[in-house]
Ligand binder design. Structure first.
Ligand code: ADP
Ligand code: ZN
Ligand code: ZN
Length: 732
């Protein structure tokens, strides 16, 4: 027999399918195998099996061995892998890696087994105990323990009675030792209690609508707190009851424990979690539980769309508009597209849920491509929180230079006095965004990147948020030697410091990338806050989404304008989404909520629409702007990013690519709405100089895209990096 094998080596030059022969009949489609490759021995995966080969027999090498009996990939995941290769322009090997837990490759982690001790089936413990020597006290205890407690772990028995007693009992044939597979299970101490809810009429109708539509994709457009999660859970229950499996995606790792809690409460061990915050062993075991069918519900961040499930009947993408669903490093896949492909492949239903759907998705719903379901009210008609605008220009004029407006201060006092909780949102971690010399105006910059450094007071260090480099905090300006340094722009660390000064009694938690590095770090902070062990939670966008804290009655948004100033066609959309999401954390239970939004541009139309919860108004304005200016979804924004450590190399490659693309452009002018070549906004990153060719072309013109990609592919080399992005969320 012959097998088509993708070899796990990420190299453009060997991005081919290789043929090997085999006789081991356990080798099947999707099996992981070890193969000879040149002088090396590498892992690979079988993506095709056939009886005959076109190559002469002496040219074909045999597969060396099979790695595990259960094929790692299925017919369905192999198809998905081909889809990713084709649409994301990545090597087969790098597409393949999306489908396997990284720890599985090269056997870094193995299955874990434990030894358990079981009583022999034909013995009468009382009789045996009476026959044992008087001195064999421990052995008698082992036997009695096993009789009372049933099979037990060898390790725990040994701890109690000593290993020699346990071994003696086994040697005498009174008990047996068995090897059992052991699952390392994440979030073991997750507490949950099932909250029984009766779905409202609206929620029931939403469920019915998903079940009855003949469209693959449904857009569940429901305001924050409208009970979307209950709709998801009900749909999952029905899917499982039909013998199918389900995938549930959430945008942030921080949100997975919360969702897992609800899934475990209802479905127990049927839910498995896949995300990068788990230990290698846990990830490996959860993956296998899904693969073996021991768990039928996969939950996780975007990569869980590649979960090794069969018979998928339902895919849910919660907060579908979220930027995290588009991968920013290769393979740059769009989770929604992959999900759509997977849903069609296995006849599943796809639910996109959001209070602020992406412009693309809402348009598709308007055009009838998606089934639109609306939940316009909060559960029990609880009102959406009232939003008050704090005009920071006025505050400054009145001499208030603090981070907090006077309105926010008085609302905070109010909230704390009542014993309620508050959330303060600021999308900037660290202490200050920049450090500036007051004498010469010099801003400290990263040596490897063209960006300013952020001061982190806890580490007393300057950090580059782009490459992660860490520098000692300066005592004096590195340009002119002046000791007078000013902090520019506030970060979360500083907000906490100011809050401590204002409210010394208040207990404050901070949640951002720096405080959530440890294992289950997110989970610990959220648990503390949820257990009312803190009064104020300060955080970045991590705290903006999804969380349901019933005691939060105040949300302060410190710099509502921050994301408006990115020169990116999505900045308005992103601001609207972020503000609506953050505001939605307030007043979710019995007490009404309040939001204070601080801004320097209180008349901005997007801010106005956000505070009035006017999604449709926002959509109508935004879609007409996109149409008039020829931006997505009316076009595709394509960026070719060229970078190299050598500025001249980068520049000449850019000129060459631009030259060749220019010919294409001249031949197809009607398909291009924009074509230009320039330095990237971030001119240098991690010591690489960066240039870009930027294009806007007719939407969904796959042929043109492919031609562009083929042209650019030729310029990739060891020293010149060329990447291609379509409708990227991050055009720095
Ligand atoms: P969303 O996901 O739309 O923001 P959630 O699903 O988190 O909203 O629901 C908001 C709150 O309302 C939660 O505390 C949830 O337990 C509660 N809830 C949802 N559906 C019902 C229902 N049918 N009856 C009572 N409470 C509900
Ligand atoms: Zn200076
Ligand atoms: Zn840097």
């Amino acid at each position: 027999m012959f097998a088509d094998v993708i070899v796990d080596i990420n190299n453009v030059e060997v991005d081919k399918i290789f043929e090997y022969s085999f006789t081991d009949c356990r080798i099947r489609l999707g099996s992981r195998v070890v193969v000879p490759f040149g002088k090396k021995v590498l892992e690979g995966i079988v993506i095709g099996v056939k009886e005959n080969s076109v190559y002469p027999a002496e040219k074909i090498k045999p597969i060396l061995r099979l790695l595990e009996e259960t094929p790692a990939l299925t017919v369905e995941t192999i198809e998905m892998m081909k889809f990713v290769c084709k649409t994301c322009y990545v090597t087969r090997a790098s597409a393949l890696r999306l489908f396997l837990p990284s720890e599985m490759r090269k056997g870094k982690v193995k299955e874990q087994f434990i030894r358990v001790v079981k009583l022999a089936s034909d013995i009468d413990v009382e009789q045996v105990v009476s026959q044992l020597k008087k001195t064999a006290v421990k052995q008698k205890q082992v036997l009695n323990f096993l009789k009372e407690n049933g099979e037990s772990k060898f390790s725990s028995l040994s701890e109690l009675f000593g290993a020699s007693a346990v071994n003696a009992v086994v040697e005498k044939g009174y008990a047996r030792l068995e090897k059992q597979k052991y699952f390392r299970s994440p979030y073991k101490d997750l507490e949950f209690s099932e909250k029984k809810v009766e779905l409202t009429e609206k929620q029931k109708n939403a469920v019915l609508s998903v079940e009855n539509t003949d469209k693959t994709t449904s857009l569940l457009f429901g305001v924050t707190g409208s009970g979307k999660t209950e709709v998801y859970l009900d749909l999952i229950k029905k899917t499982i009851a039909k013998g199918k499996t389900a995938i549930m995606l959430v945008p942030e790792i921080a949100l997975t424990p919360q969702m897992l809690k609800q899934l475990r409460a209802r479905f127990g061990d049927d839910a498995a979690i896949l995300h990068s915050g788990l230990s290698a062993g846990e990830r490996f075991d959860e993956w296998w539980r899904l693969r073996n069918g021991e768990a039928r519900i996969a939950i996780g961040a975007r990569s869980a769309i590649f979960a090794p499930l069969e018979k998928v009947g339902l895919i849910i993408i919660d907060e579908e508009h979220d930027g995290s669903y588009t991968s920013e490093s290769a393979p740059r896949y769009s989770t929604v597209s992959v999900a759509q492909f997977r849903a069609k492949l296995s006849g599943a239903k796809l639910i996109l849920g959001s209070a602020t759907p992406s412009i693309e998705s809402y348009k598709k719903a308007m055009d009838g491509e998606y089934n639109l379901i609306e939940l316009p009210d909060r559960i029990n008609k609880r009102p959406l929180p009232e939003v008050e605008i704090a005009d920071m220009r006025l505050e400054v004029r009145r001499g208030n230079n603090s981070v907090f407006s006077s309105i926010l201060k008085s609302e905070l006092e109010n909230c704390l006095n009542k014993g309620n909780q508050a959330i303060i949102f600021l999308n900037q971690r660290g202490y200050s965004k920049t450090v500036i010399c007051t004498e010469c105006g010099h801003v400290q910059k990263c040596e490897a990147c063209d960006v300013s450094l952020t001061y982190h007071r806890e580490d007393d260090a300057l950090l580059c948020h782009y490459c992660g480099a860490k520098y000692k905090m300066i005592k004096a300006c590195t340009e002119c030697g002046s000791p007078f340094i000013r902090y520019g722009g506030t970060g979360t660390e500083r907000v906490v410091e100011e809050l401590k000064k204002l409210y010394p009694q208040a207990r404050i938690l901070r949640m951002d990338r720096d405080t959530t590095q440890s294992k289950e770090g997110h989970f610990k902070i959220l648990n503390q806050f949820s257990a009312k062990e803190a009064d104020i939670l300060v955080g970045t966008q991590m705290i903006a989404k999804g969380h349901d804290f019933p005691n939060v009655t105040l949300v302060g948004i410190l710099d509502a304008d921050m994301s408006l100033h990115f020169s990116d066609f999505r900045s308005g959309e992103r601001t609207f989404q972020l503000l609506t999401q953050v505001a939605g954390r307030s007043g979710r239970a019995d007490q009404p909520g309040k939001v204070v939004l601080q801004t320097y541009s209180p008349d901005n139309s997007v801010l106005r629409q956000a505070i009035n919860y006017d999604y449709v108004g926002f959509y109508n304005q935004e879609i007409s702007i996109r149409k008039a200016t020829a931006f997505p979804p009316f076009t595709d924004v394509v960026r070719i990013l060229i970078s190299s450590e050598d500025d001249d190399f980068a520049l000449s490659a850019t000129k060459a690519i631009h030259g060749q693309l220019n010919e294409l452009y001249l031949e197809n002018r009607e398909k291009f709405k924009f074509f230009g070549c320039m330095k990237a906004p971030l001119k240098r990153l991690q010591n690489k100089f960066r240039y870009q060719v930027l294009m806007r072309i007719d939407a969904d013109d796959e042929e043109l895209l492919e031609t562009i990609f083929i042209i650019c592919d030729k310029y990739k080399s060891r020293t010149i990096f060329v990447s291609m992005e379509v409708n990227s969320n991050n055009l720095t």
